[in-house]
Design a protein around this ligand. Structure first.
Ligand code: AMP
Length: 427
């Protein structure tokens, strides 16, 4: 299906063609007509499926038809990275519609708060906000949300995981009762359904969950002891100085700086991205990576859902994420839209059990490649082996694990189909 099949205004269609978008992705094909009919919607769709455009285009179409009527749409998203990413997409699409948007997120300096305040007072067509910062503004009583027609919750599951339920409900309390509400979530655990029951009215439901990574990602893994990881990393990247964009994920903050130092020593331009950085630094690091000035970005999970960069040559999991969903998110940074990509995971003897959970979630065994010659033997893959209780070393730099506790997620009712498949499968 093409975007020209929808009853979009010329301004929206011009925006689409300037972005080079022609064919709809499945979530767009299903969601856009529902949203254009003004219905509430609960959509199970991950990052990488085109979900942002699925909700932005009908909203921009409404704004383009109705003209500026004050604050029209509020989008709430879990992280500043995602907020910025959504705001950038709005900017791209809305060039011809003239719709204005405002990104509201925490961090930054006091001046940023004041800027957000004055923009909130003046009103923009679309507000994209993290819950905490928006609530700080709401508490100061100068924002008027009475003209809001549409509320969008993006990555609702992550927002609940981050403990934003109460904040979201308080924000919703400020909005008109008569509104359209759209809820997008990568997973549909019972708590999301519960929240949907409280805030949506007769919603249409679509399930385009891809708990499986896209087919065009080549996935492989190495069995490796913690103490061999740095050497393996060097072997894998040796002579690859022509790589333009490589993402290395680690669950441990303490690994980031050590890895960046190693990579720089090898002649790569590398940066680290972790939650400790100031907002301005995070944006600069991101921009350098996006502009291909930095070849390798070493990041913790904080950015796994917030990076919208095409053509990443390689995603490497320096360690196995405990939460299998994070694996899908991490490797989803490569092979975006229709390009292909490579994802490599380093599995230590202590991570085998977690890796098996990933293989179960994505319903396939990932190829284990023997270690390069001269590195000696790694552990044998035996996922039934129990995790050792001793704290794990952090060979990339420093000690002290920072791993998140595994998120309590309910996979029982997950739709494991790919885009086309809507098959329900229990566990
Ligand atoms: P999202 O799932 O919203 O994070 O989108 C993933 C990526 O796919 C973004 O870089 C979008 O710009 C891109 N994208 C979304 N829809 C389309 C489309 N119909 N055609 C081409 N690229 C798209």
């Amino acid at each position: 299906m093409n975007f020209t099949d929808f009853d979009f205004t010329n301004e929206v269609l011009d925006g689409l063609s300037s972005m080079g978008f022609e064919k709809c992705t499945p979530v767009q094909e299903f969601a856009i007509p529902v949203i254009m009919e003004g219905k509430d919607l609960i959509a199970c769709a991950q990052t990488g499926t085109g979900k942002t455009a699925a909700y932005l285009l009908p909203i921009l179409n409404n704004i383009s038809r109705e003209g500026h009527t004050g604050m029209h749409t509020l989008i709430i998203a879990p992280t500043r990275e995602l907020v910025l990413q959504i705001d950038q997409q709005i900017e791209g699409f809305s060039y011809f519609t003239g719709a204005s948007s405002l990104a509201v997120y925490g961090g930054g300096v006091g001046a940023a708060f004041d800027q957000q305040k004055s923009a909130l007072v003046q009103g923009a067509d679309i507000i994209v906000a993290t819950p905490g910062r928006l609530l700080s503004h709401i508490n100061m009583k100068y924002s008027d949300f009475s003209t809001i027609q549409t509320l969008i919750l993006d990555e609702a599951d992550r927002m609940l995981d981050m403990g934003f339920f109460d904040d979201i409900m308080r924000i919703i309390g400020e909005l008109p009762v008569e509104r359209q509400t759209l809820l997008f979530s990568a997973t549909m655990p019972p708590k999301i359904r519960q929240m949907a029951g409280m805030i949506l009215r007769n919603p249409e439901q679509i399930n385009i969950a891809i708990s499986k990574p896209a087919e065009n990602i080549i996935q492989a893994a190495y069995m490796v002891y913690e103490g061999q990881k740095v050497q393996l990393l060097k072997e894998l990247l040796k002579g690859k100085t022509d790589y333009k964009s490589v993402l290395i994920f680690t669950s441990r903050k303490a690994n980031v700086n050590g890895l960046v130092r190693e990579l720089r020593r090898m002649g790569f331009s590398a940066d680290g991205m972790l939650s400790d950085l100031e907002q301005k630094e995070r944006e600069e690091v991101m921009l350098r990576f996006k502009n291909r000035e930095t070849q390798i970005l070493v990041a913790t999970d904080i950015v796994s859902r917030g990076i919208d960069i095409d053509n990443i040559d390689l995603v490497m999991n320096y360690d196995v994420p405990r939460d299998p969903e994070d694996y899908v998110h991490r490797i989803g940074r490569t092979a975006r839209a229709s390009a292909s990509g490579v994802a490599i995971t380093l599995i230590s003897d202590n991570d085998m059990h977690d890796f098996r959970k990933i293989e179960e979630l994505i319903e396939r065994d990932i190829m284990k490649i023997p270690l390069p010659a001269g590195m000696g033997d790694g552990p044998t893959y035996n996922p039934a082996a129990r995790r050792k209780m001793a704290p794990r070393s952090t060979s990339g730099g420093g000690r002290g694990g920072e791993r998140r506790a595994p998120a309590k997620k309910d996979f029982r009712h997950r739709d494991r189909g790919n885009h086309q498949g809507h098959r329900k499968q229990g566990e």
